[in-house]
Design a protein around this ligand. Structure first.
Ligand SMILES: [Zn+2]
Length: 408
């Protein structure tokens, strides 16, 4: 399987200039190709194939307007064309319903928060005996090797983020799995409303304090940015501060996702999650909380770690709303407003916690052998009276809205 390893890069002045040139060239090639395809579409001409685009690029390098493209490694330009193809493929797949809805490829801008170029094996990049990263037509860059690479990487992507930091991201093929000793627990997991995640055994996981603190600081910096006048020097300074705070949040979040996913994979034999089709939620109110929680990044980590350590990972398709079904007896008793955190199943009398119930349902839908027990879901001896259960109250609209804001 393939894994990604990222390391901080410290290019010197001339290397930064060479990288800026390379980012610029990759962007121009991407945009030229995108424009060619859009023009063809507007003119009712057939879709321009990847090999034709490649020929266009070769021809463009001989012209006076695009001759400077020869100043950078040709591999990164070819990779830029491949990125465009991937963007188109994803878009077409989304139109066919094979993936969450997404827009067509967009033109890249100098002001995009992330600039990247990719060198494949045949680009002639290498790690020098002195542990520098040698990039063609850029030079030998200093790398902060925070971990050891398990094997020789096949490609390296050089990234400049919005905070002005540089990273080398290596793709490494790892050897056979490192199967962990078998264990028994099997869990379902759901995106809790007030929690980062809720497990079918009743565990509720919140994001750690270091992440919450970073997020709080980010909000503060964002407010100060919005108060600065457009185009002012102060605004530019504030924007850089914001980008740095943003990068810190992203790092802290990734760290949390790594720690939690490793822990869950170690402790459980099988894990099931609901495929939230995160992008499909982009326009709903839940969207912000989903994006902030970085659920999809976390789920991706779980998936590859499960594969790597010989655990079972199941992603169930979009399931019917998990709050509508009793996880103990399977009776479906309809939707419940968000502020209903707990209810009693009218059929079997089990007291159900909203989040845990959802996690158990996810595990069951994935065919895992979960035991729903513990304090969160407990059978009560006498079924509650019908009129006392409060399963379908019609709450005042304001109440629902307030509950929604508090929870999301
Ligand atoms: Zn029930």
């Amino acid at each position: 399987m393939q894994l990604r390893y990222s390391f901080r890069l410290y290019p010197n002045g001339s290397q930064r200039a060479a990288l800026a040139r390379a980012f610029g060239c990759a962007r121009v090639v991407f945009n030229d190709a995108l424009r060619a395809r859009e023009d063809a579409r507007a003119a009712g001409l057939p879709f321009i194939t990847a090999s034709e685009l490649s020929k266009h690029l070769t021809a463009a390098k001989k012209t006076s307007e695009r001759g400077w493209l020869t100043e950078v490694s040709s591999v990164i330009l070819q990779q830029s064309l491949r990125d465009l193809d991937t963007a188109y493929r994803n878009f077409f797949d989304s139109l066919k319903g094979k993936r969450p809805k997404m827009g067509p490829p967009r033109f890249k801008s100098k002001r995009d928060s992330r600039q990247a170029i990719r060198f494949t094996a045949n680009a002639g990049w290498k790690i020098t005996p002195g542990s520098k990263l040698r990039l063609p037509k850029i030079g030998d860059l200093t790398v902060k090797w925070s971990r050891t690479l398990p094997s020789t990487p096949s490609t390296v992507t050089v990234i400049k983020d919005s905070a002005g930091r540089y990273f080398a991201s290596f793709v490494v093929k790892t050897g056979p799995q490192e199967v962990l000793p078998t264990t028994t627990p099997q869990i379902g997991m759901d995106l809790g409303l007030g929690h980062f995640a809720v497990l079918s055994d009743g565990t509720k996981i919140d994001s750690p304090r270091f992440l919450r603190r970073a997020e709080k600081q980010l909000k503060k910096v964002q407010r100060s940015l919005s108060r600065k006048a457009k185009g002012s020097a102060n605004r530019n300074k504030a924007r850089l501060r914001f980008a740095r705070a943003h990068a810190r949040v992203a790092d802290a979040r990734r760290e949390f996702h790594h720690q939690l996913s490793t822990k869950l994979i170690r402790e459980n034999q099988a894990i099931a999650v609901e495929d939230l089709a995160v992008k499909g939620l982009a326009r709903t109110r839940l969207a912000k909380s989903v994006h902030d929680a970085g659920w999809s990044q976390f789920v991706t980590m779980l998936e590859y770690k499960a594969r790597r350590y010989g655990r079972t990972f199941v992603r169930i398709g979009r399931f019917e709303p998990t709050s509508q079904v009793c996880s103990a007896c399977g009776v479906k008793d309809g939707p419940k407003p968000l502020h209903i955190r707990q209810w009693t199943c009218q059929a079997c009398g089990t007291v159900l916690d909203r989040d845990t119930n959802a996690a158990v349902n996810v595990a069951k839908a994935a065919g895992l052998a979960v035991t729903a027990c513990g304090a969160q879901i407990r059978p009560v001896p006498v079924p509650a009276q019908r009129d006392e259960t409060g399963t379908h109250p019609k709450p005042h609209p304001t109440t629902v809205r307030q509950a929604g804001i508090a929870l999301l």
